[in-house]
Design a protein around this ligand. Structure first.
Ligand code: TXA
Ligand code: MG
Length: 322
């Protein structure tokens, strides 16, 4: 298993040697390596069992470093970065030649962000390269929001995990690309779309695609191992044998299923709290001795849009009932 701690210099050493470290961000934990070192980047794909067509996000210490990795910055992108970095916003911009092909899966754009967590910002400040840093989960599984989650799944493959506590946002960054000055949302996330609109004007939302541009757009992603049914929980309870069931609700409890198998995302309807609890709750339910997870959409505004996106991707589209 990896060592979990708060020794930034140890993380710096490991990264300088071309190895990988688990790092906290405000969104989810990441699996970080030197973005300019092809063998470190290759190791990220290997450890995550991630297909090479799924490009990585490059993490920078601050906005001043943006020009060193991209070749062009639309004014709208600059306005978003000025307002929202450090923070859960990823910009997809034309890349320059320092970024290895492997990072971008051969695309001529690179995804970049400045994360907002004191430990990873201090770490980035002590390195002379940016970090390639996807979420620290095996490809297709629920993202980690605690150091312990990273250790459970990738602990055999990495030496060290920086422990920054529970992620304050709990859901991945919002990904925004550009067609000229026109912003296009590829993945709803920790910055809500209304905030992007306030800064950037009207946006195009392009999060579903049969030929995904970004695998965050794959229909089935963020999946727990259990069968997750998304819809009206009361309805599910009436049609499926509830002995095998756990519940993930927005705020209500349901009769007929023991409290120990019910998790509420929030006590008072707060969507930030729901986002923060989402992935850890899916993991808890996944570890229970149950067969199905009944879940319901949350109110579809603000952060709720990103939460519902993750729930839909975690859900099973059709099942055969026993
Ligand atoms: O909040 C986050 O963004 C977290 C933390 C660790 O920073 N990172 C994260 O990385 O979610 P990952 O690898 O799990 O998701 C990155 C997403 C993928 O869906 C990928 O396809 C997309 O970013 N992406 C990367 N480069 C892209 C590009 N050039 N064009 C479009 N999408 C891109
Ligand atoms: Mg991910």
């Amino acid at each position: 298993m990896a060592v979990i701690g708060t020794n930034i210099l140890k993380a710096v050493d490991i990264l300088n040697q071309g190895d990988l470290v688990g790092v906290p961000t405000e969104t989810v934990y990441g699996l970080a390596g030197n973005a300019l070192n092809v063998s470190a980047v290759a190791r990220i794909f290997e450890v995550k069992q991630r297909p090479s067509f799924d490009p990585l996000i490059v993490h920078l210490p601050n906005l001043n470093h943006l020009e060193s990795v991209v070749s062009e910055i639309p004014q709208t992108a600059m306005n978003l970065a000025l307002e929202l970095w450090p923070g859960p916003l990823t910009l997809v911009l034309p890349r320059n030649e320092v970024i290895p092909d492997l990072v971008t899966s051969g695309l001529d754009t690179v995804a970049v962000r400045v994360p907002n967590h004191p430990l990873v910002l201090e770490l980035l400040g002590r390195l002379d390269f940016p970090l390639a840093c996807p979420s620290a989960n095996p490809f297709g599984y629920v993202s980690p929001t605690l150091a312990e989650h990273v250790n459970q799944q990738l602990g055999e493959d990495i030496l060290y995990i920086l422990d920054g506590g529970a992620c304050s946002i709990g859901i991945e960054s919002t990904i925004v690309g550009f067609d000229g000055e026109q912003p296009i949302i590829y993945r709803p996330g920790g910055i809500d779309i209304d905030r992007i609109k306030e800064i950037a004007g009207n946006v195009i939302v392009k999060t579903k695609s049969s030929r995904p541009i970004t695998p965050g757009m794959l229909d089935s992603h963020y999946s727990p191992g259990k069968t997750l049914l998304l819809g009206d929980i009361s309805n599910f309870i009436q049609t499926i044998d509830v002995r095998n069931v756990g519940i993930l609700s927005f705020r209500d409890t349901f009769p007929g299923v023991p409290d120990s198998r019910q998790i509420q995302l929030t006590s008072d309807g707060d969507l930030s709290q729901a986002a923060k609890n989402l992935f850890a709750s899916l993991r808890k339910l996944d570890a229970m001795d149950i067969r199905y997870i009944f879940a319901e959409p949350v109110p579809n505004h603000g952060l709720g849009i990103a939460i519902n996106d993750r729930l839909a991707r975690a859900s099973t589209k059709s099942i055969t009932l026993p």
